[in-house]
Each structure stands twice: as structure tokens, then as C-alpha cells.
Ligand binder design. Structure first.
Ligand SMILES: [Zn+2]
Length: 105
């Protein structure tokens, strides 16, 4: 689960690292992956750029996935942050979540 704090431009912050190529995922061009069969007890998370997706899954076997842009909203919900979620009207993006943080507690 490669989320690392990295100093960049004199600021330290969390970055998601691609499990396949080892580079940061910085342009919303990644997916989060997990093993569905392990999800009941808690599956480890994996991350990969969309361009690395097929090669990554050759090393892991079949994984469940969703776009990385959903992860912050799901995490915010699961830690009890007050957020507003709306669905994009386009069927291509049916499962993409859009949200905004309404408060921090
Ligand atoms: Zn990559």
C-alpha cells in the first residue's frame, strides 16, 4: 500500500505510488485495486497508473478496481467527515463520485 509522505518543493505531503512502475500518480490517471475475495476480512490496497494497469495485473492476478478519484471521497465518508456526494449524469461515469467536504468534524 504505497502511500508515502514525500518532501517536494519544501513541502511534505502524501503521495500515491504506482505499485508497478514506482512513480507517483499525480494526474488522476490511476486506479485503486483490491482482492475482492479478501475484502470481508480486509484486503490490502494496490495502486497503478492506468497505463500500467495490464502489466500490473499480470503480476497480481485478477483484482477488483475503481478509479482513484473515488478514493478520497470514500475515505472521507468512512472516517465520518460530512460530505455531499452527487453522481455525474453521464452513464460513462455512473460510478464516479463527486463530492465536497462540508466540515471537518
Ligand atoms: Zn505506473
Amino acid at each position: 500500500m504505497p502511500i508515502k509522505y514525500i518532501i517536494e518543493n519544501e513541502r511534505c505531503g502524501p503521495y500515491i505510488i504506482c505499485d508497478y512502475c514506482g512513480e507517483k500518480i499525480t494526474k488522476m490517471d490511476g486506479n485503486v485495486y483490491w482482492r475482492h475475495e479478501d475484502a470481508e476480512k480486509g484486503s490490502e490496497l494496490f495502486f497503478a497508473h492506468k497505463k500500467c494497469n495490464k502489466l500490473f495485473e499480470k503480476t497480481t492476478g485478477r483484482l477488483s478496481s475503481e478509479t482513484l478519484t473515488n478514493l478520497p471521497i470514500r475515505l472521507a465518508t468512512n472516517i465520518g467527515m460530512d460530505i455531499e456526494i452527487t453522481k455525474d449524469s453521464s452513464p460513462l461515469y455512473e460510478y464516479n463520485l463527486r463530492g465536497k467536504i462540508l466540515s471537518f468534524g
